[in-house]
Design a protein around this ligand. Structure first.
Ligand SMILES: NC(=O)c1ccc[n+]([C@@H]2O[C@H](COP(=O)([O-])OP(=O)(O)OC[C@H]3O[C@@H](n4cnc5c(N)ncnc54)[C@H](O)[C@@H]3O)[C@@H](O)[C@H]2O)c1
Length: 372
């Protein structure tokens, strides 16, 4: 079986989640290639060595460029702050490596498009960590929509709301670095826009609104020195889809009390499908034509009829978790690298999502509808 040398750059939240997935995928989902945890790079030698040791990588380095060049690394996995995605991905592509990169792919649609083109010219495969698309219930929702179970889609309403930046004393972080692009509209908006596109198709026009709620933040926890915030904390947009459907999205990292709301409601002429990531094993479905006085949404729970759930657990209703979505994502990447089905979303799709993000920001700043 083909062996894929993994070179991980960054060992924070996502670096650990990706590694869990590389470890779990062969045991749970038996992909067509075996990942080999070859090398880990982080900001300095001690943190790289410590992370490599605890996560199980054979070698550690403080020089990500050495990792990218290393002949035993076949897939460069980028889980660093957003501003670093582009230089790291372009260097990996130039070295002929396949690239798995976290979202948002780049600071702008122009950068993301440049990365997608470079990958295409180099003939390497690309993969983006928009893991919520890998929920088996998303596949079920899409199949129901494509099968006409809710009729013609007329509306998509989406939200991604969390509250990890709601406290004004939460210090300045790389997430607020304009070199990495926009704020919540890119960080969280990229997820809900990916779902909107997945379920309702191309977005052709947007009318956006963005706001910075906390204008300055401490430079470090407990510090009285402040640093200005130049990106948005919350964003909204009205959407027009190519199909003629209309919709809206919201993205906020200051949504006090909301921990992991990725919610959507797709409404069709004959029914509605609704979902919330805080209850990620439930799909709410309403279909028209029920007896009067008995109408209502029904709840579909994940189970073995929603592949690949059954490979995690033979019994329905026992629930998948966040890291299982990453395991599904990683198994699909390994299959694609072994010549299996093409992986989505790739850099080209992430560039289209980024184009929606950029259009929302332009629309908000210029106070007009903007074509994507
Ligand atoms: N898909 C998701 O659900 C999801 C969730 C959280 C974060 N993300 C994305 O993942 C990326 C990382 O986020 P995170 O929460 O893991 O961040 P984090 O701050 O927890 O980790 C970032 C890591 O990158 C390392 N790093 C920074 N500069 C480096 C350099 N020059 N060379 C090598 N390593 C360097 C840091 O030391 C750290 O280990 C971001 O793009 C973020 O948007 C995605």
């Amino acid at each position: 079986m083909r062996r894929i040398g993994i070179g991980l750059i960054g060992s924070g939240f996502m670096g650990r989640s990706h590694t869990l997935a590389f470890r779990a995928a062969p045991a749970v989902l038996a992909p067509a290639a075996v990942p080999v945890l070859e090398m880990l790079a982080d900001i300095d030698e001690p943190s790289a060595a410590q992370a490599a040791q605890s996560l199980g990588y054979s070698r550690a380095t403080a020089d990500w460029q050495a990792l990218v060049r290393d002949p035993a690394v076949h897939l460069v996995d980028i889980t660093t702050p957003n501003a670093l995605h582009k230089p790291m991905a372009l260097a990996a592509i130039a070295a002929g490596k396949h690239v798995y990169c976290e979202k948002p792919l780049a600071a702008s649609a122009a950068d993301a498009t440049e990365m997608a083109r470079a990958a295409q010219q180099a003939g390497v495969q690309t993969f983006v960590g928009l893991n919520y698309l890998k929920n088996p219930l998303l596949a079920a929702a899409r199949a129901m929509i494509e099968g006409g179970e809710i009729g013609t889609v007329v509306s998509f309403r989406g939200i991604h709301a969390e509250d990890y930046m709601a406290d004004p004393l939460q210090p300045w972080t790389w997430r607020l670095d304009p070199a990495g692009g926009h704020g919540a509209v890119a960080d969280l908006g990229s997820h809900i826009l990916s779902i909107a596109r997945h379920l309702a198709g191309d977005i052709v026009e947007v009318s956006g609104q963005i706001a910075t709620v906390v204008a300055e933040r401490p430079v470090a926890r407990g510090s009285t020195a402040m640093r200005a915030v130049a990106v948005d904390d919350q964003a909204r947009a009205l959407l027009r889809f190519a199909s003629g459907a209309t919709g809206s999205i919201e993205a906020s990292w200051v949504a006090t009390g909301r921990k992991m709301t990725i919610g959507f409601e797709v409404t069709g002429t004959k029914g509605t499908i609704a979902f919330d990531q805080e209850r990620m094993n439930e799909l709410q479905v309403f279909t028209a034509g029920q007896p009067r006085g008995r109408e209502g949404f029904r709840t579909i729970l994940t189970g073995p009829d929603h592949p690949p759930y059954g490979q995690f657990c033979p019994a329905p209703g026992h629930h998948l978790g966040y890291n299982d979505l990453k395991t599904i994502e990683v198994a699909a990447i390994l299959d694609a690298l072994a010549g299996g089905p093409r992986f989505a979303p790739d850099f080209a799709e992430a560039a289209r999502i980024q184009a929606c993000v950029d259009a929302i920001v332009t629309s908000a700043r210029e106070r007009r509808w903007v074509s994507v």
